[in-house]
Write a protein that binds this ligand. Structure first.
Ligand SMILES: C[S@@+](CC[C@H](N)C(=O)[O-])C[C@H]1O[C@@H](n2cnc3c(N)ncnc32)[C@H](O)[C@@H]1O
Length: 368
């Protein structure tokens, strides 16, 4: 891919498990909506659908429960100005220089194998001081840090690691020890200034007013409905989403290191909280999908479309199809079996089993 436009440079923010390929998101938006129409994604991930919509003149609304996906989405639809972000990098570097020499010594050995001392001090200063939930500059800087928090050793803050998901601390330390890999010695300021220069080089994408909420769709969908009623807003033309797949990924565990940066505990553990695990219970999965899709149906225009990308395999597909049929009883259904592409959940999981790929369920409203 060449990165000759602002759209292409920002649509890639950031590495996230099971993300839509950016061209796919754009194609769906352009095929199923016109300028000025509205798009909804209640399982937004890194907000590929929302960004594609917002950058093509379609007001878009997303919800995402994982702060890593949310911060990527929120930043790319409204990044801060580059100069302000650069200034903030220098302020954080100054705070890092003032930290006591033993800062970070309370963390496990993983952190010393993963980051050089100066990187770790910078990361701790950023973690303690960036108000990413509330301020745009801090959120943008945190997003840029998260993108390269781990990845190829020469191109990230970390020792050699995958960029899409963080491995367990024990596994990583063993792996680095065996290969005698030490963390890269980088200057966080120079490193981030280079990243900022590249990201902003083609400017900022033109975005229409859009938003991504952080939280649980089961609860937030009613807030969107209240807003629509209060503001007398038109209903959504396209519901474009991809729910989590049963038993495939644990978005919280896979992102444990980035979640630590966002203030979470420095542990690699199954979260166990509702909607945050690997979705192993069929019953709970069906309940989640029913809750969200039934509420979404209330917000949709009868002349609209539903585009849901899901796992082609048994349970996930069958439950999704059944729930969609209940939520949209009068809508016409069409299924597209997508060819297996690299950016699916299973390929990123490193799963060598036979893959049946993904299926897209498309519904057309009774008045379309
Ligand atoms: C398949 S991913 C979506 C990927 C997205 N299409 C993209 O391009 O990044 C499913 C997402 O649903 C989120 N999710 C799961 N349960 C949720 C809930 N109750 N409310 C909001 N988001 C939820 C997960 O955290 C995950 O990011």
């Amino acid at each position: 891919m060449n990165y000759d436009t602002a759209y292409k440079r920002w649509s890639g923010v950031g590495p996230y498990y099971a993300m839509f390929p950016t061209n796919f998101a754009k194609d769906v938006v352009l095929s199923y909506t016109y300028l000025g129409q509205r798009i909804l994604d209640p399982f937004a991930g890194r907000a590929s659908s929302i960004f594609a919509g917002a950058a093509h003149g379609r007001r878009s609304t997303g919800i995402e429960i994982n702060p890593v996906g949310w911060i990527y989405g929120k930043t790319k639809i409204r990044p801060a100005m580059a100069d302000k972000v650069k200034l903030r990098v220098r302020e954080i570097a100054q705070i890092a220089r003032e930290l006591p020499a033993d800062a970070g010594n309370d963390l496990s050995e993983f952190f010393k194998f993963c980051f050089s001392e100066s990187s770790l001090h910078f990361l701790i200063a950023a973690r303690n001081n960036l108000d990413w939930r509330r301020t745009r500059v801090d959120r943008t800087l945190m997003t840029l840090i998260l993108i390269d928090l781990h990845g190829v050793r020469s191109r990230s803050f970390s020792n050699q690691m995958r960029q899409s998901k963080a491995m367990s601390p024990e596994y990583s330390v063993k792996w680095w020890r065996k290969r005698k890999l030490i963390p890269p010695q980088i200057s966080p300021v120079e490193f981030l200034e280079k990243k900022i220069k590249w990201r902003y080089a083609k400017g900022l994408p033109e975005i229409v007013k859009s938003t991504v909420f952080l939280g649980d769709s089961c609860q937030l969908m009613s807030r969107i409905q209240d807003q629509m009623i209060n503001r007398d807003e038109r209903s959504f033309k396209l519901l474009f989403t991809s729910p989590p797949y049963i038993g495939i990924s644990d978005y919280h565990r896979d992102q444990w290191l980035r979640l630590w940066m966002l203030g979470g505990d420095p542990v690699f553990a199954r979260n166990g909280e509702k909607h945050k695990g690997a979705f192993v219970s069929e019953k709970a999965y069906k309940k989640l999908l029913s809750n969200v899709f039934l509420q979404a149906a209330e917000l949709m225009s009868k002349s609209g479309y539903v585009y849901v990308r899901t796992d082609a395999r048994g349970q996930t597909f069958e439950i999704t199809q059944e729930v969609l049929r209940q939520a949209f009883p009068l809508w016409q259904e069409r299924i597209i079996s997508s060819p297996y592409s690299k950016q699916t959940q299973t390929s990123l999981y490193g799963d060598k089993a036979i893959k049946l790929g993904e299926k897209d369920i498309i519904l057309t409203g009774p008045r379309a």
